[in-house]
Design a protein around this ligand. Structure first.
Ligand code: AMP
Length: 190
């Protein structure tokens, strides 16, 4: 089976994290979460971590050059060549999408699919309020969702224009959603 190269998109509270774990189990690919990579750098106290921490605290975006460098290095490793990759949290800007396309192209590769886990704003808001985390005030939730919309709507168009966007209905039990996600992956490689 040829290694898959996939992107997963979804609002906070869409179940994207759960679906990413299941997908990487099912298809055996490397899970590359740029949020996890940055959190690891913060925990390790590296120079990158120190720079990223301040930005992450205020919910901003770490610079494209830094993010593109992290992803480029990770994609160059043998495990990705052998097993494929699921990119989670990247690309987040058009510049990152262009950089991803360029780096894959250099290796003679392209993306197979961009999975968009679609859960309406009202539903993710209710889910986040339900889990009752202290940073989940209605105001904070709405701000994060607005930012996501601003940053990610153009990316949906970017993937759509390349015939890569697969929007999956993310409302329902995690098992049901996973079946839909797997079907979308299978269609992309058919
Ligand atoms: P996440 O876990 O994907 O929500 O990411 C947590 C935080 O890390 C984000 O709020 C950003 O500050 C930063 N981050 C993660 N991925 C990226 C990216 N691709 N570009 C810029 N900043 C990012």
């Amino acid at each position: 089976m040829a290694p898959l190269r996939m992107v997963i998109l979804g609002r906070q509270g869409s179940g994207k994290g759960t679906q990413s774990e299941r997908l990487t189990d099912r298809f055996g690919c490397v899970h590359l979460s740029t949020g996890d990579a940055l959190r690891a750098a913060v925990a390790a106290g590296t120079e990158l971590g120190r720079q990223a921490e301040a930005v992450m605290e205020v919910g901003g975006l770490v610079g494209d050059d830094i993010m593109n460098g992290i992803v480029r290095d990770r994609l160059a490793r043998d495990d990705v060549a052998e097993a494929g990759v699921l990119l989670d949290g990247y690309p987040r800007t058009a510049d990152q999408a262009d950089a991803l396309e360029a780096v894959l192209d250099e290796g003679g590769h392209r993306l197979d699919v961009a999975l968009n886990i679609d859960v309406p704003i009202a539903e993710v808001t209710a889910r986040m309020l339900d889990r009752g985390r202290s940073d989940d005030t209605l105001e904070a939730i709405q701000r994060r969702l607005e930012l996501y919309e601003e940053q990610t709507a153009p990316l949906r168009d970017w993937f759509e224009a390349r015939g890569l966007l697969a929007t999956v209905d993310g409302v329902g039990a995690p098992d049901e959603v996973f079946e839909r996600v797997v079907a979308a992956v299978e269609r992309s490689r058919a």
